[in-house]
Design a protein around this ligand. Sequence first.
Ligand code: HEC
Ligand code: HEC
Ligand code: HEC
Ligand code: HEC
Length: 195
Amino acid sequence: MKKVLGHLLVAGTVMMVGAVSAFSADRDASLYAGNKSCGMCHKKAEKGDQLGKWQASPHAKAFESLGSPEAKAAGAKVGVDDPQKSGKCLKCHSTAYNFTEAVATDKITPEEGVACESCHGPGKNYKSKAVMEDQAKCIAAGMVYPATKSCELCHNDKSPTWKADRYTTKAGVKTGFDVEQAVEKIKHPDPTVKK
Ligand code: HEC
Ligand code: HEC
Ligand code: HEC
Ligand code: HEC
């Protein structure tokens, strides 16, 4: 958590100096591998079918939902005519924009929404079998671990539909995002991996 906030602060400082977006996770877009690549090895039912679980999750529909009347209304408030074409929305609603206001990779289309690598980090250097089987090697090759470090890059009050009371923590406190409960809704564990 601290680390994510640090990232945002650093990115904010960079913006004052250069033209880099204030909302940057500082990830190298040329290292995206794409969901097809991840899905090739992560769709077996006996290993938890991460691809299928993601396809059924809100993240896979993050582009589609920008076409809804609700999205149009949220866009209108900030001067955005067509949310499905605006970097102001797609920076959080698609991996292809890599947290910026422009398309940053052709390995993933904006239509794919928030893909595997928005949470796990660009995978080109960690997706080989030999690296994947060794967690330390994955992290060294750029895997974001735990992936929960990524959530608040998008789940924050810069979201135009942010509701500060969307979640109620176990302690009864209202909050816009509660990582523990949010992970429960999107988790895709591999039952064959010992925890
Ligand atoms: C060549 C096949 C292959 C590809 C391609 C692949 N993976 Fe993996 N992945 C594995 C294997 C094997 C493991 C080890 C666990 C297991 O046996 O299921 C693993 C483990 C993981 C883990 C758990 C890491 C840990 O140590 O907790 C994550 C997260 C993951 N993969 C994400 C991805 C993402 C994201 C992509 C795409 C960028 C990807 N994988 C591409 C085969 C692959
Ligand atoms: C800072 C990241 C961010 C930006 C920028 C962003 N969104 Fe979102 N959006 C989210 C997140 C995260 C959610 C999931 C709900 C939540 O936690 O706020 C979401 C959910 C939504 C929803 C579903 C409604 C809901 O409450 O679940 C709509 C519609 C939407 N966004 C429209 C837009 C539009 C239109 C824009 C551009 C004007 C936009 N978003 C820009 C992060 C963002
Ligand atoms: C919204 C963020 C998010 C997205 C999108 C996402 N994951 Fe994950 N994934 C997580 C979290 C959180 C975990 C729990 C472990 C961790 O924190 O790294 C996880 C765990 C995993 C694991 C390890 C399972 C285990 O039990 O060891 C694999 C494999 C994996 N994800 C693959 C994928 C693949 C493949 C995709 C895309 C099809 C994907 N993930 C999309 C957040 C995400
Ligand atoms: C790249 C931006 C991005 C990242 C990173 C991200 N999300 Fe999301 N998330 C979204 C957007 C956008 C939506 C809204 C999808 C829609 O309905 O259009 C969303 C929706 C959700 C929802 C459904 C709304 C709600 O709050 O119940 C959950 C749950 C969720 N995300 C959990 C997570 C978790 C857990 C992580 C980190 C492991 C994470 N997300 C990382 C962008 C992101």
